[in-house]
Ligand binder design. Structure first.
Ligand SMILES: [Fe+2]
Length: 446
């Protein structure tokens, strides 16, 4: 967490005060402390072994199982104390304020789940077979409230503490939806733990948590794999930007624009993720174009022009063996095709052009137009939109132009800072950009 706004601090303060007041009110008489302590230890162990799902943000732990078991075994106040044990999790990283918020959030959601359990007719204590299946409905209600409170409070704090220039990404939203569903599924382990308790006593958590820890390990492998993907894509992007200094940041912004279009047209989560990679890597083929051609300040020769037109194919050659890119490969290969069939490298037209490529083409041209180039200043967003509309139906797919304009109106666009001027240490800025629809590459055809 960086410097927080006053609203964010007020929000965190309100959650902490609400949790503290509800726990302090009790009642504590009749509370089975041996269960509270044991379940609290399980929460601490689960939190200490939490798996990070996205850099700096979401983590997943199996602590919801003991928290929901405590709803049944010790009631709302006991469950809130068990939830508050997350504070003692031996996890490196979280900022102190983040840890305080997490503690209050878990205490509050466990308390509310406990209240829901009672309100729906649940009975606090060791459940025996006579309580089944009657207990299932109040437990399901408690689990729903637990997950809703948890994710609601968390979404609130993530929203209020997001960086000013960042909208929540479709990928992040998709991941949260999946987390909600998996949390609801894992909540059932809470009831299993409580039910087993009456049969095998304190061994119940072991029987439940061992398979959960195995599941956690599998989730960790997935998260590691995602990190490796990000690193691979990041390294390739860095290589392109080192070679073509004056378009740095372009890949990132094309990726962002493509994701905006993808979300606008309702692409499903995995495809949005794939198009994000496609945007990052669409110009990776520049690695196969001689640097002197990319940085040429004058007109291109026929051969140089041909070399630039080959970059989508070169890009495909470079990344085709990277399995996870999948549909992104078609986007990379065809991002310079035009709807009227006058693009390159294959001259495909209309629907022959893969959908990813048609999306990338719009975001690619838009970012080029709204970035500063040596031969012109950055165009205002409105002017770039007009230009997209002008070429809609000939160069661009009209449906994706419309989708992008709608997303831009809602989310806005952060234009890049003007680049540093050429100095002795830097190459001269090229006087053309192959992505600029308003300034075709100049070719010396003598
Ligand atoms: Fe390109």
């Amino acid at each position: 967490m960086g410097k927080l706004s006053r609203v964010a601090l007020l929000y965190i303060g309100a959650v902490v005060v609400a949790a503290a007041v509800l726990v302090a009110r009790g009642p504590f008489t009749g509370l089975r402390w041996q269960y509270v302590i044991f379940l609290g230890i399980l929460v601490i162990v689960s939190e200490s072994r939490a798996t990070q799902l996205r850099k700096g943000q979401l983590t997943w732990s199996s602590s919801s199982a003991p928290m929901l078991a405590s709803v049944v075994l010790v009631g709302p106040v006991g469950a809130a104390i068990v939830g508050a044990c997350t504070a003692l999790g031996l996890r490196r990283g979280p900022h102190i304020l983040q840890r305080v918020f997490n503690t209050a959030m878990y205490a509050l959601s466990a308390y509310l789940a406990g209240r829901a359990f009672l309100a729906l007719g649940g009975h606090v204590g060791l459940p025996n077979e006579k309580l089944f299946p009657k207990i299932i409905a109040p437990f399901a209600g408690a689990a729903l409230i637990h997950v809703a409170a948890n994710h609601g409070l968390l979404s609130g704090v993530l929203w209020l503490t997001r960086p000013a220039d960042r909208m929540p990404s479709g990928v992040g939203i998709g991941l949260s939806a999946r987390l909600v569903l998996s949390d609801l599924g894992y909540a059932a382990y809470g009831l299993l733990m409580a039910a087993l308790w009456s049969v095998v006593g304190f061994f119940a958590p072991l029987l439940v948590l061992i398979p959960l820890f195995v599941a956690r390990w599998a989730v960790a492998q997935f998260a590691e794999q995602q990190k490796a993907y990000e690193a691979t894509v990041g390294a390739l992007c860095q290589a392109v930007e080192t070679k073509d200094f004056y378009t740095r940041g372009h890949s990132d912004r094309v990726s962002r624009g493509s994701v905006m279009i993808a979300r606008e047209i309702g692409m499903r989560g995995e495809r949005v993720e794939a198009i994000r990679y496609a945007g990052m890597l669409h110009d990776v083929g520049k690695l196969g174009v001689p640097t002197k051609v990319l940085q040429k300040t004058g007109k291109l020769t026929e051969e140089e022009y041909a070399a630039i037109q080959l970059h989508p194919m070169r890009g495909l050659d470079i990344v085709r063996e990277i399995g996870f890119l999948d549909e992104a490969l078609a986007g990379i290969m065809h991002h310079h095709e035009r709807i009227d069939g006058r693009g390159y490298p294959m001259g495909l037209a209309g629907d022959e052009i893969p959908e990813f490529a048609r999306v990338l083409a719009v975001a690619d041209a838009f970012d080029s137009m709204t970035s500063t180039r040596s031969y012109r200043g950055a165009r205002p967003v409105e002017e770039a939109i007009k230009e997209l509309r002008r070429w809609s139906g000939t160069q661009f797919d009209p449906a994706f132009v419309d989708a992008f304009v709608a997303a831009l109106k809602r989310e806005g666009w952060q234009r890049p800072e003007p680049p540093v001027l050429a100095t002795d240490d830097l190459p001269a800025a090229p006087a053309q950009d192959h992505d600029d629809p308003g300034a075709p590459l100049r070719v010396d055809s003598r």
